[in-house]
Write a protein that binds this ligand. Sequence first.
Ligand SMILES: *Cc1c(COP(=O)(O)O)cnc(C)c1O
Length: 383
Amino acid sequence: MTDSLTAFAAEKLDQLESRSLRRRLVPTDRIDGIWVERNGRRLLSFSCNDYLNLSHDRAVKAAAIAAVERYGVGAGASRLVTGDNPLFRELEARLAALKGKAAACVFGSGYLANTGIIPTVMGPGDLILADELAHACIWSGAQLSGATVLAFRHNDMADLAAKLAAHRGVAARCLIATDGVFSMDGDLAPLDQISDLARAHEAWLLVDDAHGLGVVGVGGAGSGSVYPTAHIDLSMGTFSKALGGYGAYVCASQAVIDLIKTRARTFVYTTGLPPANAAAALAALDVIAADPDLVAAPLANARRFTRGLNLPDATSAVVPILMGEADRALAAAQALEAQGFLAVAIRPPTVPPGTARLRLAFTAGHTSRDIEGLMSAIVGLAA
Ligand SMILES: *Cc1c(COP(=O)(O)O)cnc(C)c1O
């Protein structure tokens, strides 16, 4: 006999399956920066966020291994108890300097960062305005805060201005939250204009630059450096994309960081990041600082692809190929896989209904031959 919870789950799964929305794990062996092995086959990946291929970089790996040898594999407790390895102080100072802020706080992951930061500074009676395409963890953090949460249309400054005019007045505090580089579309938020609106309406600005750090802006400093006039109160990002590792950070003023370290629940009540992750992030930042050609390569490769196919010029390492319905995106991904390319289909609710897509991620390690091969395979899909 099936218990009612199991029956509930099975029915839910059936419903999702019938809409091509069920998801399945595929064991994937990432051999290096761009090649992966799945189902016994070697595939050229355009689906890893490892834009600089630093996950397998010799110096980054060596730094992580040395930290494991010296400090062990785990932090042992939360940062506030005994988990505050000395590497975190060094890493936070580096990040704050990179972002032109007084201080920084490292979190276990990007998801933990946004779900901790937002409820620390926002609560009932406050207003959060988030771009409709902002990352899921911004929405989770916003919901957790108990503030009134409204979406503004993607990168639509008139809509943001109208919503500020209509709703800002009654709210005690106001936060505007956006991705710096949108994770599924690859476009940049107009941070200069958003910052002007924030200033005019006494709102704070949080920018999630997970896909900007190491790829866009001056020396890979991120999307904030593309818009030097923008004032970003909370400059957040991760080590899990271009830095090739795991973990996240927020940079802000000293008092804001001190408050976050005192009150953010996803900082206080969770074990510190393993020291090796901090060591890897520091080594990755060293590579980024020393090698501007490497930093420029993912965007250059994405542009080679978009120019070759007469698509709008890429503005980051991420290029979406819109497919519409989920089953079409899945079929396209399968067809590419049969030709040796890994381009994972992204479906709702990760993206809005009707905009299922292949989300292509270009890395420094892709050669022009790799990119041309992918271009002809994608042209072949349409035929
Ligand atoms: C990946 C991502 C996150 C989550 O970061 P994790 O470290 O993987 O939890 C947050 N925001 C954006 C925009 C992302 O792309």
